[in-house]
Design a protein around this ligand. Structure first.
Ligand SMILES: [Fe+2]
Length: 295
């Protein structure tokens, strides 16, 4: 285990920060109103009857997720919010609440990263939360180099990566063939097979094509559908993160994912906001190296 200098937990023993552990969050959808409750199952065409909708308390969902992350021992050195930090469109008041809610995570020594979702505003985010700015080619993108894998954070903005960013991704991947890569972006790369139909990003086929050609690209990890789903195409795992906040299907999971990296694999464990949810503790694995070839 690679750990950074210990951080003191209040009134207890020092807790190490693990460079091989990353907390994965998505779709926190923080409102300007700290008491906002949102019926995620209510959308045009929803199969849920009018008097049977399910609501979540948005801020409390992130408070619970943050508590769960901070309680881990060792603590993850990094946490990624994979898009849609805000509820509407990245208003100043939403990012102020978001800042308040992630403050305990930062105080625990964990480095927070975000990608841009369709409910975010890149300029407002950079202006109001400048410590979250990771800029490449004029957008929110970057590479987090960890001992066993590189995490590449992409900006799918309003639903596309664009040719310039796809070329940037190719360059970053091709410069780092010595280590497996996990690629993060907000949008689904193909139409959602889950409860709420959506087409996903416009240039998803181009993304999948370039990842298919690079064997060290081991996963594309995304949010947007608010649903925990898993898929695999040859060497590439496709991991769909649940929302921290509201979900679209009755009884669906919401929460976050604890990711632990070793030389050979990334182990994912679903942590539901409701600890009694039937999928709490659900595990998936991303193979980082083929045991036969070690590539
Ligand atoms: Fe979302």
């Amino acid at each position: 285990m690679t750990t950074s200098p210990a951080v003191m937990a209040a009134g207890s023993k020092p807790v190490g920060l693990d460079q091989n552990r990353v907390a994965l969050l998505a779709d926190t959808h923080i409102s300007a109103d700290p008491n906002r409750v949102y019926p995620g199952t209510k959308w045009p065409g929803s199969p849920v009857k009018e008097d049977e909708h399910e609501s979540v308390h948005i801020a409390n969902s992130l408070i619970e997720a943050a508590k769960g992350v901070i309680e881990l021992n060792p603590r993850p050195a990094h946490l990624i919010v994979n898009g849609d930090c805000a509820l509407s469109n990245g208003k100043e008041a939403e990012y102020k609440q978001f800042l308040r809610l992630i403050e305990p995570i930062r105080a625990a020594g964990i480095t927070v990263h975000v990608t841009i979702g369709n409910h975010d505003n890149r300029e407002n985010l950079w202006k109001l939360l400048p410590f979250l700015k990771e800029e490449q080619i004029g957008i929110q993108a970057g590479v987090v180099e960890l001992p066993h894998a590189n995490l590449i954070l992409m900006d799918s903005g309003k639903g596309a990566l664009g040719g310039k960013q796809l070329r940037w991704l190719c360059d970053e991947l091709d410069e780092r063939t010595d280590r497996p890569a996990l690629v993060y972006g907000h949008f689904n790369p193909y139409p959602n097979r889950g409860i709420r139909p959506n087409k996903g990003m416009h240039d998803g086929p181009s993304l999948l094509n370039l990842l298919a050609k690079r064997k060290h690209a081991r996963a594309y990890i995304y949010g947007h559908t608010h649903e925990w789903q898993y898929d695999r195409r040859d060497h590439l795992c496709l991991i769909n993160q649940p929302a921290v906040s509201y979900y679209f299907g009755k009884g669906h999971a919401h929460g976050w994912v604890d990711m632990r990296l070793t030389e050979m694999s990334a182990e994912l464990e679903l942590r539901c906001i409701n600890p009694n949810h039937k999928q709490n503790g659900d595990r998936k694995q991303i193979t980082l190296k083929d045991p036969k070839t070690l590539n």
